[in-house]
Design a binder for this molecule. Structure first.
Ligand SMILES: Cc1ncc(C[n+]2csc(CCOP(=O)(O)OP(=O)(O)O)c2C)c(N)n1
Length: 377
């Protein structure tokens, strides 16, 4: 038996923790859904990246004197380290906050290659930055004491305090709110069409999460090779910069970046570099399902911004939005023929297959095969 998310949430509320911010993680999915269900939208902020969440929690403390809860997957600790060390640290502004960190790649627990290194160094990393922590697991009989102790230490010592959450800690949370249905296509349907139209010698750089997993499976299903695809299994938000690097190195080859809305927003600044450099062989496709679908379907901020307007202001050349399979099939050839940098937003409904697999080729082999492909003119 794991911890009931609602019990966990109530314990936080009893301890006067009412403000929540973070970037979702599959290990924290149930708690995240519970927070979303029980808190007004201005008290639960899904941040663009984990560093933003630490900064938001800092501002909340400055404005209220209270502590916030920050949550993240351990892969987001890298994004958070700068504001943890140069803002919230006791040697700088000394800001109290409680941080929940989902422990992917915990030694001895099976996980994907991109989580192994982070999981292995997780505790040493926190020790080395002097971030105090406790660890909680499903069978933990002392989890309540650990949370109250964490809150107390954060408040009395004015410092961030972390709780590392092991896999399987939370029980399922039954979402109360309705889900609205739409006629939009799924990401997998759209990817199938996109991959069919990609020019033969083009390279694909795809984003973190289920997008890359679906691309891998679509290639398998269609008996297509994987060596033209770089699956950015980790490093969320950086696939467009990887693609830009290839595009600059190989100006004659078309480079197709397949991004996600959460990932695009996480490092939105990358667009400005593309816009400034103007690589004519750069094709940026946003799979916009409006949520962090890969880790539980929590909303991103994309529905409240004009994403094409933002891209336009960074000087991409051709920018289009598409919301049906017909239009997608009709427009892709032109999209890839026009000189870039070009941007295509595909509007999608959230959702994916429950039996979606994971890439069976190791990242290191993916890299080697891609390099061989890129060597060919
Ligand atoms: C720095 C970092 N933070 C969080 C995660 C966990 N994570 C993996 S995929 C994902 C969601 C990505 O959302 P989006 O780009 O919208 O793609 P979708 O899952 O909806 O296809 C998240 C938050 C991560 N891998 N790296």
């Amino acid at each position: 038996m794991g911890i009931q998310p609602l019990q966990f949430f109530r314990l936080l509320a009893d301890n006067n923790v009412n403000f929540f911010t973070g970037v979702p993680d599959s290990l924290l999915k149930q708690l995240c859904l519970c927070i979303d269900d029980n808190v007004s939208t201005d008290m639960h902020i899904i941040a663009a990246n984990e560093g933003n969440a630490v900064a938001l929690a800092t501002g909340y403390h400055l404005g209220t004197g209270k502590i916030a809860l920050v949550y993240m997957q351990n892969s987001g600790l890298g994004n958070a380290i700068n504001p943890l060390l140069s803002l919230a640290d006791p040697e700088v502004y000394s800001i109290p906050m409680l941080i929940l960190i989902g422990w992917r790649g915990e030694p001895g627990v099976k996980d994907e290659p991109q989580h192994i290194k982070q999981g292995k160094v997780q505790l040493d990393l926190m020790d080395s930055i002097n971030l105090l922590y406790d660890i909680i697991s499903a069978d933990d009989t002392e989890w309540k004491q650990k949370i109250t102790k964490g809150i107390e230490v954060a408040i009395t010592e004015n410092r961030p305090y972390a709780i590392v959450i092991k896999k399987g800690t939370f029980e399922k949370y039954d979402v109360v709110k309705d889900k609205t249905e739409t006629d939009l296509m799924t990401r997998e349907e759209a990817l199938e069409i996109v991959l069919k139209h990609i020019p033969n010698d083009a390279v694909v750089v795809s984003t973190t999460g289920k997008t890359s997993r679906e691309i891998f499976e679509i290639r398998e299903k269609n008996n297509k090779p994987h060596f033209k695809d770089f699956l950015t299994v980790g490093s969320m938000g950086h696939c467009s910069s990887i693609a830009l690097g290839i595009a600059l190195a190989q100006p004659k080859r078309k480079v197709i970046c397949i991004d996600g809305d959460g990932a695009l927003l996480m490092h939105l600044g990358a667009l400005t570099t593309v816009g400034k450099i103007q690589p004519s062989n750069f094709y940026h496709i946003l799979m916009n399902n409006y949520v962090h679908e890969s880790v539980g379907g929590q909303k991103t901020a994309i529905d409240s911004i004009d994403v094409q307007g933002i891209v336009n202001s960074t000087n991409y050349k051709n920018i289009i939005g598409i919301d049906t399979t017909d239009k997608l099939s009709k427009n892709l050839a032109d999209f890839f023929n026009n000189s870039g940098p070009n941007f295509l937003e595909i509007k999608l409904k959230p959702g994916s297959r429950t039996d979606l697999g994971r890439p069976t080729i190791k990242p290191i082999d993916n890299k080697r095969n891609l390099i061989e492909f890129l060597k060919k003119k």
